[in-house]
Design a protein around this ligand. Structure first.
Ligand code: AMP
Length: 209
């Protein structure tokens, strides 16, 4: 099994599909957003540094993110899904140096902006970000409670509409060179992310096999 990169705007379904790949295909999921939020929850030095930037929807500095990423990787023993990293061309190059080559595949989740905003403002998650719901399309059985862990569900601060718009803008301004790089190496596949969760998953599995 090889390392995969999932690319796509916030709300395009990378986290949801990652959870399914972990459960059914044995990948290890690494989300830089989840790692950063865990630092904020711990009130670590790093967490305190990044809190404001994250709440405004801007990107945290590349150096801080890569240190955190490296500290949480065990490349000898796992095949990873990289979710939320790389976000810009510098990070894509850094990832190549960490992996000592290109990831085996980068999957780009395509969806238009209005749908993304609707998805994100209806998104509710557990505090660690591992369980993801949508109030309209995938609600929990009991309102406000995770079906799997029983934890309360919360709305991420950066899923509020005003922040969502700036996150989209940041994404659109930084991702194209990353797509071009992977495309030029024949590593990019595109996925139509505006379909049911199960259909996206079956398309994803057929592309990575
Ligand atoms: P996500 O959970 O992937 O939507 O990320 C939430 C927020 O964490 C982003 O809006 C950024 O502030 C920060 N973040 C996550 N991943 C990265 C990254 N690779 N580089 C810089 N900032 C990041």
């Amino acid at each position: 099994m090889k390392n995969l990169v999932l690319l796509g705007a916030p709300g395009s379904g990378k986290g949801t599909q990652s959870a399914k790949l972990v459960a059914e295909k044995g990948y290890t999921h690494i989300s830089t957003g989840n790692l950063l939020r865990a630092e904020i929850a711990k009130e670590s030095e790093l967490g305190i540094k990044v809190k404001e930037v994250m709440e405004s929807g801007q990107l945290v500095s590349d150096d801080l993110v890569v240190e955190l990423l490296k500290a949480n990787l065990d490349l000898d023993n796992s095949a990873y899904i990289f979710d939320g990293y790389p976000r810009n061309i510098e990070q894509a190059k850094t990832l190549n140096s960490i992996l000592e080559g290109y990831p085996s595949l980068a999957v780009y989740f395509e969806l238009d902006t209005d749908k993304l905003v609707e998805r994100l403002t209806n998104r509710r998650v557990t505090k660690d970000g591992k369980h993801i719901y949508n109030l309209v399309t995938n609600p929990p059985k009991v309102s406000g409670v995770c079906d799997v862990s029983g934890e309360p569900l919360v709305q991420r601060d950066d899923d509020k509409e005003e922040v969502v718009r700036s996150r989209m803008e940041v994404f659109e301004n930084t991702i194209n060179p990353v797509l071009d790089l992977y495309e030029s190496k024949g590593k990019l596949v595109r996925l139509q992310a505006d379909q049911s969760m199960d259909k996206v998953f079956s398309d994803l599995v057929s592309k990575i096999n």
